[in-house]
Design a protein around this ligand. Structure first.
Ligand SMILES: NC(=O)c1ccc[n+]([C@@H]2O[C@H](COP(=O)([O-])OP(=O)(O)OC[C@H]3O[C@@H](n4cnc5c(N)ncnc54)[C@H](OP(=O)(O)O)[C@@H]3O)[C@@H](O)[C@H]2O)c1
Length: 257
């Protein structure tokens, strides 16, 4: 079942996917509110869009941003950040800090992570996006987690969306279709509680979003992993602070009315 959604906090709104997600939200009659670090720069990129200043690494700056949001779309990323621990601080820490700022509110969430999020066999892979997904599942909010394929690979005739589960998908997808899928997931009941990889193949755009999401398996209730995810990152082997973060968001679940 879909919640009534009007106000949507867009995290990463100035990014290459975030800007398109803001436009997609507007197209669907939603009221996007963009979380931005630099208001002046954002005014140029997102004219006419409500802006709220905040930094994902500064938890106190996030409370105002999340207030009253019916939904949250996460498209943030640490791509331009050269710090070796940027993924932990931004990709993962940003999700943790937003969840902790919610103060009992239960917005619908669409989280963009990445293809290969569970692939520990890929050189240079880190588990931070997977860990951010785990926080969201543990937090008990209504969610959809979308792991898009490579942004700049799909050609103009590759518009048929292919949704896969289990972490082995590979392929590209255009940025506008990622943005559209994130927003559609908020508005489509059959996307609730699901995690999937998203790529595009030769063919037409989807017309029946309920069916597209509906054929997917739901994540198992109580599990921190996506359905069919490999069981190669046991919680008990996780760093102490990661386990503590999971406990903190589970606690929020317990206290949210
Ligand atoms: N490239 C691919 O093919 C591919 C495929 C799948 C998934 N991905 C994932 O997609 C993400 C990149 O998406 P994109 O191209 O849209 O990213 P992007 O253009 O680099 O945008 C990143 C967004 O995150 C925001 N951000 C970063 N640190 C922040 C902080 N501390 N507080 C608030 N906002 C912050 C940025 O805000 P500012 O404007 O203030 O910097 C910006 O809005 C990456 O995480 C990547 O792993 C990429």
């Amino acid at each position: 079942m879909s919640q009534n959604i009007t106000d949507v906090l867009m995290v990463g709104a100035t990014g290459s996917i975030g800007q398109l997600a803001v436009r997609a939200a507007q197209r669907h009659g939603l009221r996007p509110r963009a979380l931005v670090r630099d208001v002046r720069q954002a005014e140029q990129l997102l004219p006419g869009v409500e802006l709220v200043q905040g930094d994902l690494e500064r938890p106190a700056s996030l409370r105002r941003a999340v207030g009253g949001a019916d939904a949250i779309v996460f498209t943030h990323g640490s791509g331009g950040d050269a710090r070796p621990d940027a993924r932990a601080h931004v990709d993962y820490g940003g999700v943790r800090n937003i969840l902790q700022a919610l103060d009992g509110a239960r917005p619908r969430v669409a989280l963009m992570t990445s293809i290969y999020a569970t692939r520990s066999d890929i050189p240079g892979a880190t588990p931070w996006k997977r860990r951010s997904e785990r926080l969201l599942r543990a937090g008990g909010l209504p969610y959809t987690i979308i792991r898009p394929g490579w942004f700049d690979i799909a050609g103009p005739t590759q518009r048929r969306l292919v949704l896969e589960q289990g972490g082995t998908a590979d392929g590209g997808i255009s940025r506008d279709q990622i943005a559209e899928t994130l927003v559609r997931s908020l508005l489509t009941g059959t996307a609730l509680g699901k995690t999937f990889e998203l790529i595009a193949a030769e063919g037409e755009e989807p017309s029946d979003w309920a069916e597209l999401f509906g054929v997917l398996k739901s994540d198992e209730s109580g599990s921190v992993d996506g359905v069919l995810d490999p069981a190669d990152l046991p919680i008990e082997d996780e760093p102490r602070r990661v386990r503590a973060d999971l406990e903190s968001v589970r606690f929020l679940r317990g206290t949210s009315g």
